[in-house]
Every structure is written in C-alpha cells, then in structure tokens.
Design a protein. Structure first.
Lengths: 255, 456
C-alpha cells in the first residue's frame, strides 16, 4: 500500500504542478503585459470530473493463476467493476479468471462519470500439434518465448535477479537443442530518467542477460545485443507494473 | 557541498561598456564585496535603457509592409531576449519614426517618458527583388556626436531575409553595448523532432523561427551536436546493430562517413578545435567514454569502470577536460576528468544527474538533476548550474515538470532545454531562459527534445 500512497501523492503533485505551469507559461515577455502571477487566485472551478485508472499485474496469466487488479479514482463517489460489483474508490483485488477477461470500471461522481478498462489474457494450454523441429529449424516464436524468457530488472539496476540463473539454464538447454537459433537480446528501460543514460543502462542489462546465457553454455557468437534504452516502450502508463514491463532484457529470434 | 539559498546569491549585473567605465571610475570595491558565484546574466537593475523605433518604410513596394513587420518584431524580440537591455515600451516612444540621422530629434528620446539611453532606428525598403535596410544606433545622452553605429543591409527580398537582417543588426547592437560579447541572434539550435515512432534531427533559429528538418533517415536519431564551425552535425542513430554515431555535413547537405563499430555508440561531443569526438561506446562490452577523430578513426578509450558512462562534453575553453555522466556508484552522477582519463572528480553528491553542458567561459556546468530520485520520491528533474571550482550550485527550474538536456548559448547568458510539464516523453518541448533562470519561454510546441545550441 505504500506504493499506492506514493502514487496518490504523485498524482496530487502532478496536478499542482500542472496548475502552476498554467499560471506561469504563456508569459513570453516580461517586458510587456500584466504578470499573471500578480493576479489573485482563480475562482473555484465547478465540481471536477472523476478520473479513473485500472491496472492488472500481470496482464497475461496461465489458466489457474491469479492477477492483482489495482484501481485508483479521483472525485468519484461510487465505483463499480463489472463482475465484482461495488468497490471502494481506490483499492486492489486478486482475481483468477478462467478465460481472457475485460475488467470494466465505472466511476461516478458529482462531476459526471468515467470508465476505465484493463484486459487480462488467460493462456489456455493446447496440445502441441506441430511436428518436432528439425535441426536447421529455428522453432516457433511461441516455443522460443516459452523457453527463453525475458529477464526483468529492478529500477536503475542491471544486476540479474536470483531467479534469472534458473531461467538462463532453461534457456540454454533450449538453445542447445536448437543449434540453428541465433538470438537478439534487446535492452530496455522504463521511461523515467534520461534518454542517453538509459541507452547505456539498457546496454548493461542486455549484456547481463547475454553473460548469463554464455555462462550457461550458449556460444557467444549466437547472441547479438542491442540497447533500445527508453526509445521503444512496451507500454506508456505511469505506474510500476508498466515500468517493470519496460525494465527488461528481451530475447528474440535473430532471423 | 554547501547548499546555498538562492537569495544569498549576488548576481553580477551584466554591464555594458558605459557602465563598466562608470564602475571602474567609482572603484571596484563593489566587486570585491561579492560572494557566491556569478553567471554572465543581467540582474535587471543596471540594464541599458534602449528605445527601438519601428523602421521607416522607404518604398511603395506592396511587400514592404509585411517584411518590415517581420523585421521590426524580430529586432525588438532579439534585443529583449539579449537580457542586457531595459527596452522602452513602444507606447512611450515619440510619435514620428525617424528614418535617417537627419530626421531624429535625439533630445525627444532622451526626455521623459522615453528616457532612453540608446535609440535604434532606421529605414527599410524593398526595391525590385532586394531589401535595402539602413540601421542606426544613437546614444541619446551624447547630443553632439550621438551616432554609435550605422549599418546598411542589402539582401534578397524574403521574409527569412528580413528576419536574418534583424538578427544581424541586433547582434551588432549587442556587441557594441555588451562590452564586446557576441550576440546570439544569428545562432542556431539543433534538436530532435518526434515523427511518429521515429525521431529526426531538426534545426531552428535561436528564437524558434524557421524550424525545418535536417535528416530524413526514418529511424530513431538522437543527441544532435553541432561542430564548432557549424559545418557538421554529429548524432546517434538506431540501425540494424543498435545505436551508432552518424555524421551529417551541412555543407554537402548529406551524410558523411563515421566508422561503425560494435556495441551501442551514443552521445557524441565535439572538442573545441573541431578535431575530436568524444562519445559513449560499449564496443568492449561496457559503456565507456572513447575519443576518436571526426571520422571515427584512431579510437582510444578514456574511462575504465564497470557501469554506464555517457554524455561527455569537452571544456569548450581549454579542450583539456571532459565532464560526463557515470553510473559507477549506482545512480548516475556528474563527473569531470582530464581528457587522458586522469584526475577524475565527482561533482554531484547524490540523486540522479544527467545531460551536462559546459559553459563557453569554462567556469560552469549546467545539467539535469533529480536530487530526490527514487520510487515514490517527490523529486522532480530540474535544470541546475554548478560552478566547477567550488561545486556550488543553483536550481534554475522549479516545479515545471521534467526538464532535461540543457545547452548553453554561445554568449553563456542563455540556456536552452527540454521540458515536459506532465513528464511524458511525447510532450517534451524546447524552452529557453537566461542563465539565472529568468525569462523562460517556449521555442517549440510538444514533440521536440534534446536541444543543442550552436557554438557561434
């Protein structure tokens, strides 16, 4: 909940910042006109329209797993989520949908109503139908991504998390079984911080993932590293689940 | 590092030659009494009061009025932007606009309410396909020999010409009255323009006019850096093997060679003699600062420490030092070293510091800094100026959203930077301000980032 409080505080800070900017910018020349800062406070606005956001973490699960819904609203008096019912104005809830589901949130307040959506994808296992790959086959993207999973990082860090070593062993086994596969490792960062520094950090992240694969027995010549920094984002929301998605080293088939 | 309150700073008034003389006559005791550090910006109190008359139309060509309007507004804005003048409001000027020295009654301009110390005036005509413009600067306090400056311009008739003539005349006036500091009205700003998922390098005049693209590469190109002689533009561009340093010749109007190497190659910086490029390269596996010639040849590695090293910038006065950003102790901090990699000195004491730019006089660094960086921290990323000798700093932007990529103007009196009020990358726009944080105004709309001010 600490993170949520921080989030609310941040929202308020942003709102206050936007108001102050509105008062300050537009004053192109000091020499002419009236200084808008010298004027009194603006009259109180009418009841503000409610705002609402809803997120799910993770956005995709296997059948039987659960996700955490997290919603935040402002200026709302009643909030409902389809399939769950009336809920508090801000909160979290764990759900385990059996099929891919749209969670639809409606927030009503004095200033009107608003809606927010998040879609949770549920992966239902299907029996494999493809023939076993030949040696010169790079395999399917799906099989690749199932075995060679993206590596996620803590904020402003390029150190591998403890679970990354096990993932690297699994990835190395798959890559050893499919010697035709060559891999691009992309380094990514969330969109906070500065573009140039994040590109260097993304390079360190991709290299950390590369080192883990090499240590697990994959030939270095099969691996190519590219840092994208924050130039290519997987999502653009201003919250931790999105930032976490962006802080990754992503493996792709180098075709 | 002492945290200095802004109010304790005594800003040195940027004085023109006349005031300098007075100051010298009065004794320099005032200077000795100053504490804190000084940037070359004005404080507002001792600015020269200058009246700028609308130029007198001297032709009947129908284009005259439109071009003259461009000229008049540009000249007025240039002198206002310079930060060393107290410009007389146009409503306080005498009724008649003089077009030539014989037509001006200088006493009228010296008297209240105009009370001008200096008067800029002249005439403007369109003759055939040419603009003919005569500009004068008169000293209103010197009734006997008032003329300080007389200039004639003869250029092709176009709106851009009218603007460039105004820039040149403004720079002449600023040069005369600032004690020899070159004006910046003819300088350019290079920047990154968002184009869908791509980013291209654009150019504009220092006042935001004349915005136009330089590159058409159809990929993500960032970190434009103009060479000291304005002939070449270095930047970094995303290709098949990641980001590489690229070079565009503004003389040939096409890309020219810069050797490609492995790894991510970023954030080029020109040495002041125009012969070397410093940049971040991970060809050895870890992002380090390298220096090569301007074709990418003779590369040599300068730093050697695990963690990101990026955004180098040469000391433009000596060429013998580099400031850069390093993540060797976790969060990125500002460092200074000699160009052989020795004498490494950490400048910031914490937070998240990025994007340094070195002042033309070599004394200051401006950079972006989030002093309270972290999850849930209330900090914002703002523009700071640090005096290198003392590591004392001041904050120039406050509560205006995310700020980044400050870049000094050639005269060291202005800083251009990128600002996003709500922090979103797509809402970045380019702003300029005086180096003391005053007179902020926008140069572009949203979708513009990473400005770099030309060296002259």
């Amino acid at each position: 909940m600490n993170a949520m409080h921080a989030g609310i505080r941040k929202t308020l800070v942003i709102a206050a910042t936007l108001i102050s900017i509105g008062a300050v910018t537009g004053c192109h020349k000091k020499a002419s006109g009236i200084d808008p800062n010298a004027l009194g406070p603006a009259p109180a606005p009418p009841a503000a329209a409610p705002t609402a956001t809803i997120t799910a973490d993770p956005l995709a699960i296997d059948l039987g797993q659960s996700v955490v819904l997290n919603w935040r609203t402002q200026n709302a008096t009643s909030v409902t989520i389809d399939g769950i019912g009336d809920v508090s104005t801000n909160g979290t809830q764990t759900v385990a949908p059996s099929t891919s589901t749209n969670f639809h949130l409606t927030a009503k307040g004095d200033g009107g109503s608003t809606e927010a959506n998040v879609r949770v994808t549920v992966r239902v296992p299907v029996a494999p139908t493809a023939p076993p790959p030949a040696d010169n086959d790079m395999g399917t993207d799906a099989a690749f991504h199932e075995n060679v999973q993206d590596v996620f990082f803590d904020y402003d860090s390029y150190d591998l998390r403890p679970d990354a070593t096990a993932a690297a062993s699994k990835a190395a086994a798959y890559l050893t079984a499919h010697p035709a596969i060559r891999v691009v490792i992309g380094g990514y960062c969330d969109d906070r911080g500065s573009a140039e520094y994040n590109l260097a950090l993304g390079e360190n992240r991709a290299n950390a993932a590369r080192t883990a694969l090499v240590s697990a027995g994959v030939q270095a010549s099969r691996l190519r590293v590219i840092s994208y920094g924050k130039e290519k984002q997987f999502c653009t929301e201003d919250n931790e689940s999105c930032w976490q998605q962006n802080r990754r080293a992503q493996f792709s088939l180098d075709r | 590092m002492p945290r200095m309150k802004r109010t304790t700073f005594l800003w040195r008034a940027y004085v023109g030659c006349l005031e300098t003389l007075l100051l010298l006559l009065a004794g320099a005791s005032a200077l000795h009494a100053q504490e804190g550090f000084k940037t070359e910006t004005s404080s507002g109190v001792s600015n020269i009061r200058i009246a700028v008359a609308d130029f007198k139309p001297a032709s009947v060509d129908p284009q005259t009025a439109a071009f003259k309007h461009t000229f008049d507004t540009t000249l007025f804005a240039d002198l206002g932007n310079a930060g060393i003048f107290d410009i007389v409001s146009k409503s306080l000027l005498p009724q008649a606009d003089p077009g030539a020295p014989a037509e001006i009654k200088i006493q009228q301009w010296a008297d209240a309410p105009t009370s001008a110390a200096m008067v800029a005036f002249g005439n403007f005509s369109v003759q055939g396909s040419k603009i003919i413009c005569n500009g004068f600067l008169f000293d209103a306090k010197n009734l006997q020999y008032p003329q300080v400056l007389a200039k004639q311009y003869n250029e092709d008739a176009s709106d851009d010409s009218a603007r460039q003539i105004a820039h040149r005349f403004a720079d002449e006036i600023i040069f005369r009255l600032s004690g020899g500091s070159q004006g910046i009205a003819e300088s350019k700003i290079y920047y990154v323009k968002l184009a869908g998922a791509n980013k291209e390098i654009w150019q504009m005049d220092y006042d935001g006019a004349n915005q136009h693209p330089i590159t058409h590469l159809g990929t993500v190109s960032i970190s434009p850096r103009i060479s000291p002689d304005n002939s070449r533009l270095a930047f970094s561009s995303l290709g098949h093997d990641g980001f590489q340093i690229r070079m565009f010749s503004l003389v040939l109007n096409r890309m020219v060679n810069f050797a490609s190497v492995g790894g991510t190659n970023l954030s080029p910086a020109w040495s002041p003699n125009g012969k070397d490029i410093a940049y971040s390269s991970s060809r050895s596996g870890d992002p380090e600062i390298w220096i090569s010639d301007t074709s990418g040849n003779s590369p040599r590695r300068i730093t050697n420490f695990r963690g990101p090293d990026v955004s180098p910038v040469f000391n433009p006065r000596t060429g013998s030092q580099i400031a850069w950003i390093s993540g060797r102790t976790n969060l990125p901090q500002l460092y200074v070293m000699d160009i052989d990699g020795s004498n490494v000195q950490r400048m910031t004491d914490g937070g998240y510091a990025t994007s340094p730019s070195w002042s033309p006089n070599g004394q200051f660094l401006t950079f972006a800094w989030d002093r309270k960086y972290g999850p849930g921290a209330p900090g914002g990323q703002d523009i700071y100026v640090m005096e290198i000798a003392t590591k004392r700093w001041i904050q120039l932007t406050h509560d205006g959203g995310r700020c980044d990529f400050p870049s000094w103007s050639p005269d060291g009196r202005h800083i251009v930077y990128a600002n996003s009020p709500d922090g979103k990358a797509t809402h970045m726009k380019i702003m300029t301000m005086l180096a003391d944080g005053t007179q902020k105004h926008e140069l572009t709309g949203a979708g513009a980032d990473m400005p770099n001010w030309s060296w002259k």
